[in-house]
Structures are given as C-alpha cells and as structure tokens.
Design a protein around this ligand. Structure first.
Ligand SMILES: [Zn+2]
Length: 229
C-alpha cells in the first residue's frame, strides 16, 4: 500500500503506491476512489483531503469545514488530524515539527505552480506561527528532473533565480527539477530535508499524470499522508 513509510516523534508518515489504488475522486471511478480511501483510512484513521488548486494556500486542519477546503497545504497545530494530499507528478511534502501542544504536522501539494507561488514557504510559516521547532520535511515521489521536460522558454522564465530548478532530461532537452528546488527552498527555511525519492514517470508502482497522457499508463493519484496513531 505504501511506497515509503516512516515515523518521527510518534508521528507516522507515508506515501502510497499504485497498489493502494487511485485516491482522487476526480480521476477515474469515484466509487473506486472512495473504496481506496476507506482502505487507507483503516491504517491512518479518517483522512482530510483538500480541493487542490495549485495555489500557495494553507488550510488549518483544526478549522471545521463541511466539504474539502480549497488549498494546497494543511497544517495541524497538535498533530491530531490525519492529513492527506493527492499527487501524480507534483511533489507531496510532509512536515513535522515539535510544538507546545504536540507535534505540529503539515502536508503540502507542491507542483510547479505551487512551488512558484510559495506553497512550501507558506506551509513552514504556518507551522512556525504555531510555534513549531526543529522542522523536518519528507519529499515524496514525483516527476524527476531527468523526466520533467518543459519548453526552453519556461526554463528561461522560471529558473534563472531559483536554485536547483533548471535541469535536462536524460535525452538532453530542457527540464525542471522540482525535487531539487523544493529541497533548496526548504533548506533556505532551515528545515531538515529528507528525500524519499521515486520518479512517478519512470516507476510503474507510482501514478503519473504525464505517463497517463503520453503512453496510456493508468491514471490515478497517490497520497502523501501524515497521522498520529
Ligand atoms: Zn524520472
């Protein structure tokens, strides 16, 4: 069910694999996605997902809402809510810091647009506003810098002042390395970064939107999940 699973300060962290099935209702069968979420929740407890919009908006998981709130990151002051983000090529980033009321947890959906908009900086800021200390981040599977091909103009526009972002595909064309850039942004914020690795485009155990579009791989969304048992 998990591509990678870990533990830190009593908090559980995981990135699902394709074996856990598609976890996003807007992709493929909504019924199957619901069943897959129920199966995952047997491990993680009731999960909160976001209505993700590639923004830099962070939502407080302790604020009740009727439906999934729009935004691209969660923060929870005491770790009491099981948090999830859904991805396929964008990076899932899970964060944990020590806090006065328990572990401060966060989960961010960090694709190209979100990274440019500042979703990771906003997430770290929201954690520190809740007095998180010694923040660690785990960067999960996503499109790697050797696969994530983009037009040269995009590299020119985005990468000149952004550390680690410009890259080349294995076949020598312009690319972006979202993972290296995410790590650099987090390290600038004095966050201790752990890279879980995994390329969604290359590995059949992972869902990739690009691979689904280009070579008919199964469409689906993985989840990055942080929870306190
Ligand atoms: Zn790759």
């Amino acid at each position: 069910m998990f591509y990678w699973r870990g533990e830190h300060e009593g908090v559980q962290l995981g990135f699902t694999s394709a074996e856990a099935g598609n976890l996003a209702a807007h992709v493929g069968s909504a019924d199957a996605a619901r069943r897959n979420r129920v199966a995952l929740e047997r491990v993680t407890g009731s999960l909160r997902f976001l209505n993700q919009t590639h923004s830099a908006d962070v939502h407080d998981a302790l604020e009740p809402t009727d439906s999934p709130p729009s935004g691209d990151a969660w923060v929870c002051e005491d770790g009491s809510v099981s948090l999830a983000v859904a991805v396929a090529d964008c990076l899932p980033v899970l964060l944990v810091g020590g806090g006065p009321r328990g572990p401060v947890t966060a989960a961010a959906h960090a694709g190209r647009s979100g990274l440019m908009a500042g979703v990771l900086e906003n997430t770290v800021r929201a954690m520190r506003q809740r007095r998180a200390q010694s923040i660690r981040a785990w960067i999960g599977p996503g499109a790697c810098g050797s696969c994530y091909e983009v037009p040269q103009e995009m590299v020119n526009d985005l990468a000149s002042h952004r550390p680690g972002l410009a890259s080349l595909t294995r076949w020598g064309t312009p690319a972006l390395d979202l993972r290296a850039h995410a790590a650099a942004l987090l390290e600038e914020q004095s966050v201790d970064v752990h890279d879980v690795g995994g390329c969604t485009i290359e590995e059949a155990r992972l869902f990739s939107h690009r691979a689904a579009q280009s070579r008919g791989a199964p469409e689906g969304r993985l989840a990055g999940v942080v929870w306190k048992p």
